[in-house]
Design a protein around this ligand. Sequence first.
Ligand code: C2E
Ligand code: CA
Ligand code: CA
Length: 649
Amino acid sequence: MLKKVLDGARGLWDGDLTLFGAPPVDEFTRGRLRAEQIGSVVRYTPAIMMANVFNALVLVVAMWDAPVANLVHLWAFCLITMCVYVYLRRRGDPGKHRPKTASPRGIRHAALYAFIIGCLWTVVPLQFFEASSYQGQLIILCLSTGMICAGAFVLSTIPSAAIAFTTPLAFGFAVTVLQMGQPVYLLVSVLTIVYAFVLTRAVATHALQLLARVVAQVESELAAQTDSLTGLPNRVAFREELNSALSRLARYGEGFAVLYIDLDDFKSVNDQLGHAAGDDLLAQSADRMRACLRDIDCVARLSGDEFAIIAAAVKEPVQAMVVAERLVRAFSSPFMVGGARITSRISIGIAIAPFDGQDAETLLKKADTALYSSKRDRRGHFQFFQSELDAQAQHRIAMEKELREAIAHRQLALAFQPFVDMRTRRVTGFEALLRWDHPTRGPICPLDFIPVAEKTGCIQEIGEFVIGEAIRTAATWPDHLRIAINFSPDQLRSMSIVPLVLGLLKDSGLQPSRLEIEITESAVVAESQQAIEILQALRGAGVRIALDDFGTGYSSLNYLRKLPLDRIKIDRAFIGDMIEHPDCTAIVKAVIGLAADLGMDVTAEGVETENQYDSLAALSCHEAQGYLLSRPVRADAVHKIIQDQALAA
Ligand code: C2E
Ligand code: CA
Ligand code: CA
């Protein structure tokens, strides 16, 4: 019991309120409480000091003729000096921009000053009361009780200071008055002690109310700054953390690193295993990241599958590299989510303060740029910011913005390039090729903007536009003509593409067999099983599948066996070189033979000369496409080609 009281009293000295029955709180909340306690006392300090000086002067005047007048002057000098000292210290206080938390030192200082001033006031009854006239005693009585009450009131948020101030004064006064021996003095003495106890109780209640308010405030702030799924700080909290790191950098020169993190395969986990599994993966990823960091570092979830880390006290890039390596390694082992064992890797972009920037915007932008290049070049790894990336990133960001506007303002359109039957030279169909009619830069080649659309996710929206537009256009053509559409790897990630395509076919009345999807080998390599399932589903519904740019990708013949294919398109690089390089002719010949053996059709792309055409015809290639036959043309010109063909027939 005694130990508990002693511990409580020691805690009280540091601003802790357990002695009064307060619930235990964490160190952060204690710091916030101390800041509130000190803040409210500091606000009153000038007024308190002025009241002290005024009261001291009142006493000097009242005791001007008393035998102890000299002693009173000396006392008043000491008190006023102390008050001026405390006032000047308060002036050095940061005022409005006080820190949000405070150490116990400020509380101890407040209690110490309160104690010294309280002791100085105790001198008044102890030394001057007996020697005073009746009027003087009345003034001392008035001043002492006034100081006890005012002190307790003003210091009520810091109970230790309130007690340190009132206790010596109350007891000093009570003892002095008691010594006078008369019953009326006895009554005054008892009343003073009772008041002191009542005041202490009131101080404790007030301090506990303040604590409850601070606890509620900290809890609501915490809730507003926490990501509920992972329990990590959210974007708001991350920005605050970044700001404190920046002020530590400005004040102490303490460098740090910002790491932007993106889960590489999150979208496919969400699509394939469902959102609950996606959430589970995010929560587990957060745990793994946390386990890689020191206490002084901070990891936050910014949005979706985007995380960010502030690695504190980083002097050299190598220190950030160690953290990044640890993170990459932590994601090399598989996760168990939704009953499935999956691998989910992360890509990391790193910017280092002060080398890469000394303000939040610059650092975040550079970390993001580095992440982008990491995702592009080295998925599953980390990448430091390099300034030459900046120019590329600027270009990408500008293009991305314009591309989104292009979609909104319908600046995208399709061109169509015919395929020709090599034996009859008759058109068998058209390939839809995307065009961006930029209002100032003119037409932009798809090879310039499709990769940007793929990186930024716009490709889904663009892809849907192309599919819809191509199918609707082809539905107006004669029945024997097919339409070929190019698919990006990203379009083969989610099964939802299947009902989308089939729905559009149904709405437009286009026979599924008149639609051909062109995919590249890399699309299938990257997305493997999911992509194959999508292609099988489409093919099962009658849609045809062509392998585009054959010979340029991984060219593993295994894919020809694994994929549900109807056609191979030989890349134009081989056709262009056929005449001068006999080995190209040999490859083309082999591919045509292979396709025939596998029961597939073959189209040669990029046929530019009659020579090439004749050679291909001699090798029994089925179809040709290229500038020799026609450049890609707009939809209205397609009708002209169709009409000409009909007339020629
Ligand atoms: P691709 O699928 O290989 O398309 C054929 C490209 O070769 C087209 O370029 C076409 O204009 C060009 N070409 C046709 N004949 C000849 C020829 O005789 N000689 C030469 N040198 N080139 C010829 P384009 O339209 O610039 O398209 C470039 C690439 O952009 C396409 O290559 C395709 O990969 C991609 N692309 C185009 N439209 C789309 C689309 O709607 N979606 C997706 N995902 N990609 C598209
Ligand atoms: Ca193509
Ligand atoms: Ca091609």
